[in-house]
Design a protein around this ligand. Structure first.
Ligand SMILES: Cc1cc2nc3c(=O)[nH]c(=O)nc-3n(C[C@H](O)[C@H](O)[C@H](O)COP(=O)(O)OP(=O)(O)OC[C@H]3O[C@@H](n4cnc5c(N)ncnc54)[C@H](O)[C@@H]3O)c2cc1C
Length: 411
């Protein structure tokens, strides 16, 4: 294989890119991280929660300064005031500080970080006999062009490599926006409202932060109405008395505007590797489809990518075939997307009353339900409304709630 400036170039300094770079550097690979923005993690496009299970699974020790609040779990609120808890501990982060910390850690391990470097072009170099040699990356920034043996695409929903190379299917996205608010009391639960009135085919959240701050936002497929719906939700609930503020990372403006972005919702891309290329995180379509958490998946896929890069570079062979272990690893580890997507579709098919009936049959605490409890829930629903079981596929909804827990990479 021909030589190159770098063993690995990671595109994007989000949680996925930071984790991939950290592990690549730890494994002794010459690693460069390219980030289009001047500042890491800004603008924040995340509700900022990460479960304790994720932290353990990723073997990281979060420094206190990146943690905004230690939380107890999620409370799901259904129409007609039915509430259910999913108690599993975790964190609300100061996400931009968390992402900065991850990159600092990668740099301490030997990675090089270049902000204000936007990737715009990719050129595949071959040796004789059409054998892949390396990539030349071009873009806006002093360091370009650079050559690398392997690219880890961690560019988020932009999916820059698949956009340029057209080597994968398109993914569906949903848009999510939130305000930061203050004077919001909390009992350390994240509130997720499945209230179709405000968030058709989505949900509304109140994610508490320290000093009575909170992220209040929603995701919905009704793109054109998202801000109006979020404002109406705030106006119609206890939040109407609370104040919206600009987050610390944002320059104060005349008018406080919501912030956010788009999230992949159709499951993984049909192709997450190419010659000398691995896609991770949102760039690969890895988000938990029901509640759209993606940081845990992005970071785990970043770790897998680093391990596969190390092995391939050791063998000095990094064609698409040599990187196929990456797909084996994530397919074995990540939750069954088709089941979650099926359940999500069935969930959006339910009316407010049907949602309330289903929820009323569930135990107050949804974590750690035994098989007997689950059967009991099924029976209760069948007695109250057989149509929900036989026509509205409510069992698949319940399954998809189950697969949205932290141990299945829900958050
Ligand atoms: C409103 C909202 C709320 C969310 N809430 C949560 C939550 O609470 N918990 C959770 O787990 N997930 C949440 N998510 C999803 C989560 O934010 C993403 O899944 C996660 O950030 C994905 O990480 P990533 O590293 O793959 O991509 P990103 O975090 O998107 O990072 C990609 C990086 O690549 C950079 N980049 C893009 N293109 C280029 C280029 N051409 N050249 C150089 N750099 C480039 C970007 O600037 C960015 O820094 C939320 C998403 C949204 C939109």
């Amino acid at each position: 294989m021909g030589d190159a400036d770098w063993d690995v170039v990671v595109i994007g300094a989000g949680p996925g890119g930071g984790t991939a770079a950290l592990h690549c550097a730890r494994l002794g690979l010459r690693t460069l991280i390219l980030e289009e923005h001047k500042e890491i993690g800004v603008p924040v496009h995340c509700g900022e929660c990460l479960s304790e299970i994720a932290v353990q699974n990723l073997e990281i020790e979060l420094p206190e300064e990146v943690i905004s609040l230690h939380v107890k779990g999620i409370r799901v609120l259904f129409p007609n005031n039915v509430e259910k808890k999913l108690t599993e501990s975790g964190y609300v982060l100061e996400k931009h500080l968390f992402e900065q910390w991850l990159i600092d850690e990668a740099v301490k391990e030997g990675a090089t970080f270049k902000p204000s470097h936007k990737v715009k072009g990719l050129n595949k170099n071959f040796q004789l006999k059409n054998q892949f040699s390396n990539w030349e990356i071009t873009g806006k920034g002093d360091l370009f062009p650079v050559t690398t043996k392997i690219i880890i695409d961690a560019s988020g929903v932009a999916g820059i490599t698949s956009r340029i190379l057209n080597n994968s299917n398109k993914i569906e996205v949903i848009s999510g926006y939130q305000y930061e608010m203050i004077e919001v009391e909390n009992d350390k639960y994240l509130d997720f409202y499945i209230w179709p009135k405000y968030a058709p085919e989505g949900y509304v959240w109140m994610i508490p932060k320290k000093n009575r701050r909170a992220n209040v936002g929603l995701v919905t497929t009704k793109k054109s109405e998202k801000i109006k719906s979020l404002d109406s939700f705030i106006e119609d609930t206890y939040l109407s008395e609370k104040k919206k503020i600009d987050p610390v990372w944002k320059k104060s403006g005349m008018k406080i505007k919501p912030f956010g972005g788009t999230i992949p919702i159709s499951g993984p891309r049909n192709n997450t590797i190419d010659d000398g290329l691995i896609m991770i995180g949102d760039a690969a379509g890895f988000t938990s489809p029901l509640f759209e958490g993606g940081s845990h998946l992005a970071m785990k896929s970043g770790k897998f990518a680093a391990e596969v890069c190390k092995e391939a570079l050791q063998k000095n062979s990094f064609s698409k075939n040599d990187l196929s272990k990456y797909e084996t690893l994530w397919k074995k580890e990540f939750p069954p997307y088709h089941k979650i997507l099926k359940g999500k579709k069935a969930l959006y098919d339910l009316t407010d009353d049907e949602l309330a009936i289903m929820a009323a049959c569930m135990p107050d605490e949804m974590n750690g339900m035994s098989i007997f409890t689950k059967i009991g829930v099924g029976l209760k629903i069948m007695i109250k409304s057989p149509k929900l079981i036989f026509k509205k596929r409510v069992i698949s909804v319940l399954l998809s709630f189950g697969y949205s827990r932290a141990k299945f990479y829900g958050w």
